[in-house]
Design a protein around this ligand. Structure first.
Ligand code: SF4
Length: 441
């Protein structure tokens, strides 16, 4: 009889990529994917704890499985990821949801197959390990990918920065860089098998190599990857502005494969708040880097992460964030309301901001960001852009793909274009979407 898996993923790109690893493990055990949880023999939750919302969402969805588990006791339910790695979280989870069979953390995802094996002998399997340092070798074997023609490649794990609001260093551990030769081998294999876009992932890619005494750096890795001369796109995330230096900007400028879209999370525009966040740069320093980027790469676009409602944030602090958004000219940004994460410094700070104030501020911020996004999109009308076709949207009856700057372009085509670079003349724009016609070569 066929066995099926169903994976629920929360959070960032790193988690999406790690769910590919989980899928690879399950396929190795003979499971096939199902899109309906009722048909699954195993349901895996790959959780996130960066914001309260994500956690509540996961709790709600795990709780909703109680009925299904009662009806089908042989169904396996596994919960892993950042939420379970927090101190005491595995115990809390077991008490709240006694029907969960397997609990694992961020450091032992690759052990999932063994844990499933153990479950056949034990009632419950809970294994959370700390500080596992194996960054290369088997752990990075990705036997299954879900995002052709794009592929994600982890270059490092963990973070040393301890921004005061962030739980990541506690659940992902200290920075561990993969060896460049292993990353290059993975990237080369992907390009050889037809992938057209590679996104390098790390919590702070700019610190890549710092744990190896500077034997290799992020700009040197980018330059090595770009020795491949065929047409492909290279992206990376995430960059902490404090380590975003001139050599990296030069590496981006020198290599046409690297997209001229830089995601540089600023979080806030007030120096006082940035200091309390432990971000280690000022608004002026950030804007200097933006200026340098435009000097080397005149057509570069910038996106960012912005947070409102950090403890003690005043109206004046918030208006400095608005000012910076305009000055930096972000083409879009991810906007967040601060939510205290237990165990972080900011959660214990005085001056937590009331929810109504946070809500009102985020609305004003979103309005500004959306206006900037619309303005940038409108400028596309009548222009020709190159997109990498990623998929076919059945509902719309259109092919779709992104341009270098991450804007989604839609078009019609008789032939299947997935995996091809296509030139589109943009007829119409709507929000962040572009609608165009193929330009014949
Ligand atoms: S750089 Fe700061 S925000 Fe980013 S993962 Fe590290 S601690 Fe969290």
């Amino acid at each position: 009889m066929d066995k099926h898996y169903y994976i629920v993923t929360y959070g960032c790109q790193m988690n999406v990529h790690e769910s590919e690893k989980i899928a690879g493990i399950l396929r190795g055990l003979g499971y096939e994917e199902t899109k309906e949880e009722e048909k699954a023999d195993i349901i895996v939750f790959n959780t996130c704890c960066i914001r309260e919302n994500a956690e509540n969402h996961a709790y709600g969805n795990i709780g909703a499985l109680k009925k299904l588990k009662r009806a089908r006791p042989e169904l396996l339910i596994a919960v892993g990821g950042c939420m379970t790695q927090q101190e005491g979280a595995a115990d809390r989870l077991r008490k709240k949801f006694p029907f969960v069979d397997i609990v694992f953390g961020t450091h032992n995802l690759e052990d999932l197959g063994r844990l499933i094996g153990l479950k056949s002998k034990k009632k419950k399997v809970v294994e959370i390990v700390e500080g596992k340092n194996s960054v290369d070798g088997e752990d990075n074997d990705i036997s299954y990918r879900t995002s052709y023609p794009n592929a994600w490649v982890n270059i490092m794990y963990g973070c040393n920065n301890f921004c005061t609001y962030c739980i990541v260093p506690y659940v992902r551990g200290r920075e561990r860089s993969r060896r460049p030769e292993n990353i290059l081998a993975e990237v080369n294999a992907l390009l050889d098998s037809g992938y057209k876009e590679i996104t390098l992932l790390g919590q702070n890619v700019n610190s890549y190599g710092n744990d190896a005494g500077g034997a290799f750096t992020f700009p040197s890795l980018l330059r090595d990857i770009c020795k491949r001369k065929e047409k492909f796109r290279l992206r990376f995330m995430t960059s902490n502005p404090k380590d975003f230096g001139e050599d990296l900007i030069r590496a981006v400028a020198e290599n046409e494969q690297i997209c001229n879209l830089i995601h540089l999370p600023v979080q806030a525009g007030s120096d006082r708040i940035l200091r309390l966040m432990n971000r280690k740069y000022t608004a002026a320093e950030y804007l200097k880097k933006v200026e340098l980027l435009h000097k080397y790469i005149p057509d570069c676009q910038l996106t960012s992460d912005l947070m409102v409602g950090f403890p003690t944030e005043t109206e004046e602090d918030f208006s400095e964030t608005l000012r910076l958004v305009k000055e930096a000219g972000f083409s879009t940004a991810f906007t967040f309301v601060y939510s205290p994460r237990s165990g972080t410094k900011a959660a214990a700070m005085e001056g937590q901001i009331p929810d109504e104030v946070k809500k009102e501020r985020i609305m004003r911020l979103v309005e500004l960001v959306n206006a900037q996004t619309r303005e940038k999109s409108a400028a596309y009308a009548g222009k020709t852009v190159e997109i990498l076709c990623e998929d076919y949207d059945e509902k719309k009856g259109l092919y779709l793909g992104r341009d270098e700057y991450g804007r989604m372009g839609y078009f019609t085509s008789e032939a299947d274009r997935v995996g091809e670079f296509v030139k589109l003349k943009i007829d119409e724009t709507s929000g962040v979407s572009l609608f165009g016609t193929i330009v014949k070569p």
